[in-house]
Design a protein around this ligand. Sequence first.
Ligand code: ZN
Ligand code: ZN
Length: 338
Amino acid sequence: MSTVKRREFLTSSALALLSVTTRGYAAHSTLREPQGRPKQRRGSTGSGQAAEPASGEPIIDIHQHLGYSGRPDDVLLAHQRAIGATRTILLPAGRRATGPSTHDGLANGLQAEALGNEACYQFVQARRQAFLFGANDVPDLDGATREIERYLKRGAVVIAEQKFGVECDSPEMQKIYALARAYDVPVLMHWQFKMYNYGFERFHKMLEKFPGVKFLGHAQTWWANIDRNHTDQTVLYPKGPVTPGGLTDRYLSDYPNMYGDLSAGSGLNALTRDEDFTHDFLTRHRNKLLFGSDCNDRDGGGPNCIGAQTIAAIRRLAANREIERKLLYENAERLFRL
Ligand SMILES: [Zn+2]
Ligand SMILES: [Zn+2]
């Protein structure tokens, strides 16, 4: 950890500690209401300072985007404050490209108008206590690893979001895994059947070949496969009871380097479709699951805000506060070495 990073970390820890000790646990318990929405606090992230935790507790959001669906920066800042995220990792798009791996350009901007490496890097420079950034590129573009490495050298904490039409064990992807190993950063992958990252059933080979690389699974195919009875891979948001032992459940159990990103509608669907299952799932994988929002709304609460609902679901369904804190904060702090 650099001196600058350490100083920032100590400052934000001290703030968090102060906040917890002055407001205490009572303040937190009122926020356990399902509809509970942290009060907005003025003048925190916008000024570039670490956001003061609205609930008295820090939350790391590992999955957000800059320019998401055209959302302005000030709205993103207010959104993150409203959901109670004290630190946020911005995941850039790759360079724009037209070819099979971007489905002829459809996947540019991560199919969400998300901005790229330079924009995320610049945004974070003025807000370094509250925001971090990833590094990314289209894996089969010429110079992809060089482009990613340029931002790893500048302090990117993850290679993400990898959301391209490529085989998960292709030579291009393996170069990215090797780069992640060299820089000791996780790789976050969007798994979507026949669309992004092909070959989910073969991914164990990569987990075995790159045991030192931490992989974060995300999106529809990742979350649908918590269920052992998920056979129709074209169903992206399955509902109803879950039988433990699906491929995702096994990857998390069997491979110490496999982690799960709880973000997006797919993550929220997985948490809420069978709450009895979820209770045990969160306990079993309590050291492996990390909160992310990945929502593009401008509200920061209410029915459109997946992030706020995911935080509420974690608070409702985690077996105890220790597990809740791991999912909302501690696992990310450890994985991203914050
Ligand atoms: Zn995604
Ligand atoms: Zn939201």
